[in-house]
Ligand binder design. Structure first.
Ligand code: PMP
Length: 369
């Protein structure tokens, strides 16, 4: 869709990246650090500054009691952490429970590791976890579950009840959880992000992954930081050693500085983003979309059927890009099957003026469906 957006000179509300460039003070630290050096291979598990601030951040926000020397790992983005954990923990033939709609890299990495996915499907409008289905997806072959909360693309934040149910299954089947929590600080309307790792019995079963890309709006930096008990991390580190080995030291130094900011900074991220969510959600509702509640992330899901368009979500996104000049992502891209094909994902981490321009274009064209 991004390529089609460029081809058609459309406003790209498809791909999830902010159009600001991240906090200037953090960028300055990176610039100074690259000037001052060192610029040679940093330690494989990350520079001590970033490992310490990762532990402090987890301990401050979630009281996880993380030991920076044995329980933190820096990777080249959350994506590399996901790959390292999956390659480190999965043996060919192991099963992994995955929850649809799902972020695109999980399945190809799992398959490449020889793992077998067991899919559990969440459906709009509530994206509630189907307890019977997830229980049925577990078996004695289950090695791990991948959970993404706040969740891209549904913008769901998993509830304590749902997490408790998952935790019981993990204990019963002696399985691990890979927790993709890159949107941990983008949760709205007084909701709370609860890491699965904080639930009883989960401290040593989970790896909790986050990313500077989302926390500091610098998706191009690809700096990820994970925490897990030493045994899990040791397995992931073996894969990390040959995936990238290390991440640019100047960026690590700058992210360490960023993670040391005080709590108000992290609270302000969601306070700013929720205004953008409201702006886009209100505008789309006015045009006639049925907009789902976006509880967190950069995204919102919208059903376009009330507008009268008869085609599927890919056709609708193609139409939007070519005719209205606005790009979104068809939801069917996030499912294995094609039953859910009347939803599209919009990204709202954009300038207000750009959001308004996109809404203006949509309003002008959608009368003609
Ligand atoms: N997980 C989710 C759910 C994401 O949305 C993204 C980025 N779009 C990532 C992981 C990847 O993060 P990074 O860019 O740090 O690799």
């Amino acid at each position: 869709m991004s390529a089609m957006a460029v081809e058609n000179n459309a406003i790209n509300l498809g791909q999830g990246f902010p159009d600001t460039d991240g906090p200037e003070d953090i960028r300055q630290v990176a610039a100074d650090a690259s000037k001052e050096g060192p610029n040679q291979y940093p330690p494989m598990m990350g520079i001590p500054d970033l490992r310490k601030s990762t532990a402090n951040h987890n301990n401050y926000f979630y009281d996880l009691g993380i030991n920076w020397k044995t329980e933190t790992m820096v990777t080249s983005g959350a994506t590399e952490a996901l790959a390292a954990c999956i390659f480190g923990l999965i043996e060919p033939g192991d099963e992994a429970v995955m929850i649809e709609p799902l972020y695109d890299c999980y399945l190809p990495i799992l398959r490449r590791a020889g793992g077998i996915p067991r899919m559990v499907k969440l459906e709009p409008p509530n994206w509630a976890l189907p307890y019977d289905d997830i229980e049925a997806a577990f078996s004695k072959k289950t090695k791990l579950l991948v959970i993404n909360s706040p969740m891209n693309p549904s913008a769901k934040v998993f509830s304590l009840d749902e997490l408790t149910f998952i935790a019981e299954l993990l204990k019963r089947y002696d399985a691990y959880a890979i927790c993709d929590e890159v949107y941990e600080h983008l949760v709205y309307d007084k909701r709370k992000h609860i890491p699965l790792m904080t639930l009883p019995g989960m401290r040593d079963r989970c790896v909790r992954i986050s990313s500077a890309g989302k926390t500091f709006s610098m998706t191009g930096w690809k700096v990820g930081y994970s925490v897990a008990s030493p045994n899990i991390l040791a397995a992931a580190a073996k894969a990390h050693q040959f995936l990238t080995f290390a991440t640019p030291p100047n960026l690590q130094k700058a992210v360490a500085y960023g993670l040391n900011k005080d709590e108000s900074y992290f609270r302000s991220i969601s306070a700013n983003m929720v205004l953008k969510r409201n702006r886009l959600a209100d505008g789309l509702s006015e045009i006639g979309f049925d907009v789902m509640e976006s509880q967190g992330t950069y995204f919102l899901a919208a059903d376009y059927q009330p507008l009268g368009f008869k085609g599927d979500d890919v056709q609708f996104c193609t139409y939007l890009t070519r005719e209205a000049g606005v790009s979104a992502v068809p939801f069917s891209a996030f499912y294995q099957g094609d039953e859910i094909n009347n939803f599209i994902r919009f990204c709202y981490c954009k300038d207000d003026a750009l959001l308004d321009a996109a809404l203006g274009k949509l309003k002008a064209y959608l009368g003609k469906c």
